[in-house]
Ligand binder design. Structure first.
Ligand code: C2G
Length: 129
């Protein structure tokens, strides 16, 4: 079984998230998504609208996702890749190059982001509604 992993906050799930999840799954047959905990989000300077539990429940309902685990630190990726026997690490290309250290442990793939949509844009647009 070829295992893929990706990381993120995935707040206010939108087609940009769905596009990366769908394409990530195409690299294998089992997709793990590591969702940032509320505490790690604070470290990233983000405040998610949905709690970790809500974001986890939503992601688990997505057809491309096989497993959801928590992301607590920047440093856990090597351990996650080894512990879960991951073959491919996938991220949007806004992270291009940032996780190349994982190339020692698995394939690293950066995919083009979906243009024109983001959680930040959704929040801004709703504010003006
Ligand atoms: N994404 C995308 N297109 C968008 C928006 C997001 O492809 N229009 C991708 C991002 O590139 C990322 C994933 O969706 O791969 C999740 O995005 P976020 O929830 O914003 O996650 P982020 O804050 O980038 O967290 O350790 C890694 C971090 O946890 C990544």
């Amino acid at each position: 079984m070829k295992k893929v992993i990706t990381y993120g906050t995935f707040d206010l799930l939108h087609t940009g998230h769905i596009n990366i999840l769908r394409r990530a799954k195409e690299y294998g047959d089992y997709l793990i998504v590591a969702i940032s905990s509320d505490e790690f989000n604070a470290l990233k300077g983000k405040k998610a609208y949905y709690t970790f539990e809500q974001r986890k429940a939503i992601l688990e309902a997505v057809r491309y996702v096989d497993e959801v685990i928590p992301e607590h630190t920047w440093e856990q990726k090597v351990e996650d890749v080894q512990k879960h026997g991951v073959d491919v690490f996938v991220m949007g290309d806004d992270w291009e190059g940032k996780f190349d250290f994982l190339k020692e442990y698995c394939e690293v793939v950066y995919l083009p982001r979906t243009v024109g949509i983001s959680t930040t844009k959704i929040k801004k647009d709703l504010n003006q509604a």
